[in-house]
Ligand binder design. Sequence first.
Ligand code: AMP
Ligand code: GLY
Length: 422
Amino acid sequence: MNLAVIGSGGREHAICYKLKQSLKIKKLICIPGNAGTEKIAENIKEDILNFEAIYKIVRDKKVDVVIVGPEQPLVNGLTDYLNSKKIKVLGPSKFAAQLEGSKAFMKNLCKKNNIPTANFGVFENLNDAKIFIEKNNIPIVVKADGLASGKGVSICSSKEEAIKKTREVLEGKFKSSKKVLLEEFLEGEELSYFCIVDKNSYHFFGSAQDHKRVGEGDVGPNTGGMGAYSPATLLTRKLENKIKKKIIEPTLRAMKDSGHPYTGFLYAGLMIKKNEPYLIEYNIRMGDPECQVLMMRLKTDLLDVIKYAVKNELHNLKIEWSKKNCITIVVCAKGYPSNYVKNSEIKNLIDIKSDEYNQIFHAGTYLKKNKIYSIGGRVLNVTSSSDSLVEARNNSLKNINKINWKDGFFRKDIAWRAIDNK
Ligand code: AMP
Ligand code: GLY
């Protein structure tokens, strides 16, 4: 089979790494990819939002299935476009992609189907929003309705701040939408819960916890994710049952009933409060960096997972996971998540152990004359698995220490809650 993976992050490198282990793959393409995918797949540079150009590549390369990493092409309708050209895609339709593309869509679906989530209001004008803010306790969470690359959420500790942030969203600071979503603040611990879904059934596809804040101890601005670990220590069998019955299954049922069944990876961002799950957000794709730890733990051939999913036969497949603990630490370019250093050479990467338990997944890197340079904010995902989480973290830290990159930084405390609470 020939496969194409769309995207250029650590998530896509991890997907390529796992696919490469399948004996049934003939050709593996990554559009546009990075210096890591270049070693195991054919990188083809193209704008991932240029659907016609993507179609030409997959047609010419005789690609059987396209796997879409990031959300934007899915929200823009890449699945529908390629399906109309008879190309199979692992990823939701444009309609179903609203679960991530529009927070208002997701919240209204929750309300209609009694799915536990923070109380909320959706507003298009400041006066109505102000009434909601006055009535609610602080902190208040202010969100832009559309996609905002993780930057559209503010947790406001005063009503004045909430009004200021609301005004910014309504005035169009986030181009994807001028609607604002105001939410009650939920206290608790976050958990990422993944599923793979086809038209007939769904499977659990791993759990993880990530760290969104840039600084150690979870302080400072939000990022795309500074590190993750799997399995999530929070997830018990009892809690998982609640997640499935109260959140995942009503959502999939509602999508099916609307005539737009959900398909592809589904990532539920949950807040766990007193052993009860609340939905914070849906993502219509794998998480990044959560995917990196999940691909290290997946024992089943990823190609089989994809094949069964696009044939709507997931109910016939058993998906197995390694019991090991896996951690990934993200090495970022200095300055991230604000303006960061670019085009800085990273040395010594080849000297680092690479095996079943240790991998470095590239994100913002490129290869030039056999040298590796940084180009993005999140640059490398140094990933290790082991029998214990603390050992896995030590191994990742040891590998990071061998990298010679003066412009990089990382958090040493990934998984601190799980490790320190033991
Ligand atoms: P979102 O983009 O909706 O996932 O929000 C980004 C991050 O903001 C989440 O991962 C949480 O850490 C935090 N967050 C969002 N909504 C809430 C909420 N209602 N209560 C507490 N924290 C939240
Ligand atoms: N790690 C957060 C995300 O992928 O959205």
